[in-house]
Design a binder for this molecule. Sequence first.
Ligand SMILES: Nc1ncnc2c1ncn2[C@@H]1O[C@H](COP(=O)(O)OP(=O)(O)OP(=O)(O)O)[C@@H](O)[C@H]1O
Ligand SMILES: [Mg+2]
Length: 185
Amino acid sequence: MIKSGFDEPILITVANQKGGVGKTTVTINLAEQLAKQGYETLIIDTDTQGNVSDRLLEDDLQESLAHILDDNKTVVSSAIYPTRYDHLHVLPSGKTDLSDVILKVNRKCTGLRQFTEGLSRIRMEISGDIQFVLIDTPPSHRSLLLRSSYAISDYTLLVIEPELSSLRGILQNHSVFEEEQGLGL
Ligand SMILES: Nc1ncnc2c1ncn2[C@@H]1O[C@H](COP(=O)(O)OP(=O)(O)OP(=O)(O)O)[C@@H](O)[C@H]1O
Ligand SMILES: [Mg+2]
């Protein structure tokens, strides 16, 4: 295992409220390159579409992000799966299970805290084993799960197509990232 030079993993949220701009493609390509260089790399899929899992994992998965966020009992390592690439691991979203959890948690006034605590627990439990974490996100701007991803991340990578409406979109995403980082949740 190569040390990244940091004791803690580096977390990067890949985002843009616009759909189909290449977020998942950039996430996977960047993660593959980091893994190729020997860094233990984890992709967390927070998108109910589950495109990361479709591209990198088999279908038959027991545990997922949905289970981790839904309760405080699921052990994080049980929801992390190896891929065909050395050093590259995936924590799948759980697809419809995650949709159900999002619906349930969104109704609570403590929803943002629940998501942030769940993601923070992932960060804590992988510490020492994983050096880079890339969080793939759905096309959204202010969803609770995206805001929680921002809150626990070190960086955000905003993927855009080179056109005016995309540029406007990233300015909105960037301001939400700064808000969540400022809250220090
Ligand atoms: N650089 C590129 N050149 C050509 N096609 C690309 C490029 N990046 C992504 N694509 C294609 O564009 C489509 C959408 O890409 P991708 O799924 O990565 O977007 P996304 O932003 O994650 O979408 P969503 O918002 O639905 O999650 C895919 O079919 C992908 O193969
Ligand atoms: Mg995607």
